[in-house]
Ligand binder design. Structure first.
Ligand code: BES
Ligand code: ZN
Ligand code: ZN
Length: 498
C-alpha cells in the first residue's frame, strides 16, 4: 500500500472515496468536513440532523456524491464523544474505516488531516499509518485458492492544508510506517507455522535485519552454547532434531551509547516436551517465539528511527519436543550463571532458556534489561488475552513502561514480586526448581527469572495472553499481534538519557 501526503483541499480533490471523520452529536461540523459540507450544499449536516449518521465511535456510513464533489464517494466515520477522544480511538476508527473501504472493494481513498486539540499533524498521521496498516494486516502467505478474491487498498492520500502541514504529515506517516512494518513482520513470524518458522529461519531473519541495518550479529549453535556453559538452553534444545540458534543482534555497537538489553523467548514450537501438553489448542504453541519476534522488530525500528542506544537483542531459539534425547523431569541443569536448577516440568522451558539468555546479556553491562516472553498460561488466566503481565525490580523502569503503555494502548498490568514467592521454588536437590505449585504461576515464573539478572534494573513482560488473539480488537486482527514492539519503541523514544 502506498500512503503519501499531498497539499490539497478535500472538497476539491478527485478520488474514489473521501474519508471524513466526525464526533458524536456535534451540532457544528468542525474543520475540513465543514468545507466539504458547504461545497455539498449542506448534505452532511442535513444527514446528521436527521439522525442518519450520529458519529458514534466506529460508525461508518458510505455516501455517493453524484457529481456534487470531485470525490466519487464519501465515507463518514464516527469518532465518538469529543471529550473522550484519544489517539487509541483514532487508530481504531482509522482501522475500522480502512476495513470498510477494503471490504467494499475500493482501492484508493483520500482524507484531510489537520491538527486537533492537543494532537499535532505528526501525531495524527503517525497514528493514522499505524491504525490503517495494522488494521488491514492479513496473513495470506499459505493460501493458494481464490487469491484473486483477496482485497487490498493500493493508494491512500493524506491532504494537508499548507506546505508546512503537508511536510509534518509526511514526517508522521514515515514513522508510523516504519513501526507498522516491524509489527507486521513480527505478526508474519508468529502466524507462520513451526515447520517454516524454525530457529534457523529466525536466525536468517535476524541476519537479514543485521545486513539491512548494519548491525552486528552472532549466532551460536548447540556446540557453541554448550561450550559456553548454557546448560539450561541446551537441555531444552536436546529433544528436537531442528538445530537450535542462540541469536545476538547488536545495534550501535562501540559508539559509547547507553546499553539496553532486550531478551525474547524464541520457542518456535512448545509441545511441553516430556511433560507433554494436552493436544487441544496445541497448535497455538507456534506463537511461543513471539518474544523473539518482538525483539527483532524493536531493533529494526530503533535503527530506522535512529534512536540513540546501544541495543543488544538476545533471542534463544529452539523447539521444545519430547524424544529419546529430550531432557526429563528430575534432571538437574547447570545454568550459565553457575546456579543449578531441578527440572520439575519440561513444559516450563521458557524460563530455562531465558535464564541463560539473561545471564548472557549481563556481559554487556546494560543499564536496563527488558525481557518479553509467552511465559505462562497462568498469566492468561489472571489478566486475559488483551493485557501484558508486568513484573520488575526497578520502580522507575516499571513506571516508564506503564507510561509507554498509556501512549501505545498495549495494556500492561503490574504484578508483585515479593521475596516470599521464592519459597515455592526451593528444591531439595538443586539451587532451585523450575516450577512451583499451581498457585501464582505467572509470578513464580517471573521470580525464577529474577534470579538471573543480578542487580540490573529489569522488567519482564509476560505476553502469553496478547501474543496471539482469537477475538479481534479495533486494529489488531485475529492471530499473531506483534505485541511489545510499539511498547518498547515508545519506551526508547521517551527515555531520558542520564
Ligand atoms: N508457552 C507456555 C506458556 C503459554 C501457555 C503461552 C498458554 C501461551 C498460552 C509455557 O512454556 C508453559 O508451558 N508454561 C507452563 C508453566 C507451568 C509448567 C509452570 C504453563 O503455563 O502451564
Ligand atoms: Zn512450555
Ligand atoms: Zn513455552
Amino acid at each position: 500500500m502506498d500512503i503519501r501526503a499531498e497539499k490539497g483541499r478535500p472538497e476539491k480533490f478527485p478520488c474514489e472515496l473521501l474519508l471524513l471523520f466526525s464526533f458524536e452529536s456535534s451540532d457544528q461540523l468542525e474543520g475540513s468536513i465543514k468545507n466539504v459540507d458547504l461545497e455539498w450544499k449542506g448534505f452532511i449536516s442535513a444527514l446528521m440532523k436527521q439522525g442518519d449518521f450520529k458519529g458514534e465511535l466506529f460508525e461508518c456510513r458510505l455516501l455517493y456524491t453524484q457529481g456534487a464533489l470531485p470525490a466519487k464517494r464519501v465515507l463518514l466515520t464516527g469518532l465518538g464523544k469529543k471529550a473522550e477522544f484519544e489517539l487509541e480511538k483514532w487508530r481504531g476508527a482509522v482501522s475500522k474505516a480502512g476495513q470498510y473501504i477494503r471490504n467494499a472493494g475500493i482501492k484508493e481513498f483520500a482524507l484531510p488531516i489537520s491538527k486537533f486539540d492537543s494532537f499535532s499533524e505528526v501525531e495524527l498521521s503517525e497514528s493514522f499509518a499505524i491504525g490503517l496498516l495494522l488494521g488491514l494486516y492479513q496473513f495470506n502467505e499459505f493460501k493458494t485458492l481464490d487469491r484473486d478474491k483477496i482485497k487490498e487498498i493500493g493508494e491512500v492520500t493524506l491532504l494537508g492544508e499548507k506546505d508546512e502541514e503537508t511536510r509534518l504529515i509526511d514526517e508522521g506517516l514515515r514513522t508510523g510506517q516504519i513501526i507498522s512494518d516491524a509489527v507486521c513482520m513480527a505478526r508474519d513470524l508468529v502466524n507462520g507455522p513451526s515447520n517454516h518458522v524454525t530457529p534457523t529461519l529466525l536466525a536468517e531473519k535476524a541476519r537479514q535485519i543485521a545486513l539491512d541495518c548494519s548491525m552486528e550479529i552472532q549466532i551460536f549453535d548447540v556446540d557453541e552454547t554448550e561450550a559456553m556453559g548454557m546448560g539450561a538452553f541446551v537441555a531444552v534444545a536436546k529433544g528436537s532434531q531442528e538445530p537450535c540458534k542462540f541469536i545476538v543482534l547488536e545495534s550501535n555497537k562501540g559508539k559509547g551509547l547507553e546499553t539496553i538489553a532486550l531478551v525474547g523467548k524464541g520457542i518456535t514450537f512448545d509441545s511441553g516436551g516430556i511433560s507433554i501438553k494436552p493436544s487441544e489448542n496445541m497448535e497455538r504453541m507456534k506463537d511461543d517465539m513471539s518474544g523473539a519476534a518482538a525483539v527483532l522488530g524493536t531493533l529494526q525500528v530503533a535503527h530506522k528511527l535512529q534512536l540513540p542506544f546501544h541495543l543488544v537483542g538476545v533471542m534463544p531459539a529452539t523447539e521444545n519436543l519430547p524424544s529419546g534425547k529430550a531432557y526429563k523431569p528430575g534432571d538437574i541443569l547447570n545454568t550459565l550463571s553457575g546456579q543449578t536448577v531441578e527440572v520439575i516440568s519440561t513444559d516450563a522451558e521458557g524460563r530455562l532458556i531465558l535464564s541463560d539468555a539473561l545471564t548472557y546479556s549481563l556481559r554487556y553491562k546494560p543499564k536496563a534489561i527488558v525481557d518479553l516472553a509467552t511465559l505462562t498460561g497462568a498469566c492468561v488466566i489472571a489478566l486475559g488475552n488483551d493485557v501484558i503481565g508486568l513484573f520488575g525490580n526497578d520502580e522507575s523502569l516499571l513506571k516508564r513502561i506503564e507510561e509507554a503503555s498509556d501512549k501505545t494502548g498495549e495494556r500492561v498490568w503490574r504484578m508483585p514480586l515479593w521475596d516470599e514467592y521464592f519459597d515455592h521454588l526451593k528444591s531439595d536437590a538443586a539451587d532451585f526448581r523450575n516450577v512451583g505449585t499451581r498457585v501464582a504461576g505467572a509470578i513464580i515464573g517471573a521470580i525464577f527469572l529474577s534470579k538471573f539478572v543480578e542487580k540490573i534494573p529489569w522488567v519482564h513482560l509476560d505476553i502469553a495472553g496478547p501474543a496471539s488473539i482469537d477475538k479481534e480488537r479495533p486494529y489488531v486482527p485475529r492471530g499473531g499481534t506483534g505485541v511489545g514492539i510499539r511498547l518498547l519503541v515508545q519506551l526508547l523514544r521517551d527515555w531520558k538519557i542520564s
